[in-house]
Design a protein around this ligand. Sequence first.
Ligand code: NAD
Length: 256
Amino acid sequence: MDLVKKINDLADLLLESGKTMVLTGAGISTESGIPDFRGPDGLWSKVDPMYVFHAETFIYRPEVFYEAGMPLMGPLQAAQPNAAHRVIADLEEAGLVWGVVTQNVDGLHQKAGSKNVFEMHGHLRSATCLKCRHVIPWDRLAEMVAAGEIPPRHQDCGGVFKPDAVFFGDPLPPDFYDCCREVSESDLLVVVGSSLEVSPVNYLPQLCKRLAIVNMGPTMADYRAVLKVDAKAGEAFTELKRVLQERGVRLSGSAV
Ligand code: NAD
């Protein structure tokens, strides 16, 4: 089935749905220049994320993250949203999407204009002292690391600063349970750019009434999807915007 037919089917699903949630993963941001985990140029080919980004590694050897993981964070800070992020923000503004649950820490949905964003794996806007919970902005953390303070410590209490991203083995933020409720109350969940291998976020597709997936390659929930679009997210959402506009849906926001 060609892309245009599939995107028309996705438009049907969106227009029929009373409430739609979107669940995104690293794949939505590859077209913004950020490598995913499991793709061919993925982070997995450079470091072992399960070690470098593991909560236990951070507790016992925080320098591992600051030496091997922190240098990989630069591109995430500099990246700009792509067509998929922008169209999802336009769909929220038009009332066709209620909110976005993201596994990404890159903040690109907010940069694109999405308002209802649940960041399941935290973000890179700040870091928190593990001893006294003092919070500093990311730029301050980056300055300390660039000055050779590894691991960076809070000068008052000596505690180590940890980025406000969720590491493997960390608990999820409490709003994971709000997301479970929002998804189970939705008529449609659209997964974009995730292999759905990371739990417990990959539990969300089990909760929705209808599931559509836009992903290059297989995912763990393909068997449940009423529609699978195997295409680049940017291409698929550019086409979705065109199809919806052709059907008279007013989508404002930034041009794709
Ligand atoms: P993943 O790497 O396991 O899966 C990404 C999927 O997206 C793959 O199936 C890949 O083939 C597909 N993909 C790649 N480019 C695509 C594109 N342009 N269009 C459509 N599909 C595309 O990612 P995941 O499921 O999100 O799990 C990885 C974990 O890594 C997450 O927990 C996330 O927090 C973290 N992570 C985040 C970022 C980020 O913030 N941008 C980057 C890397 C990893």
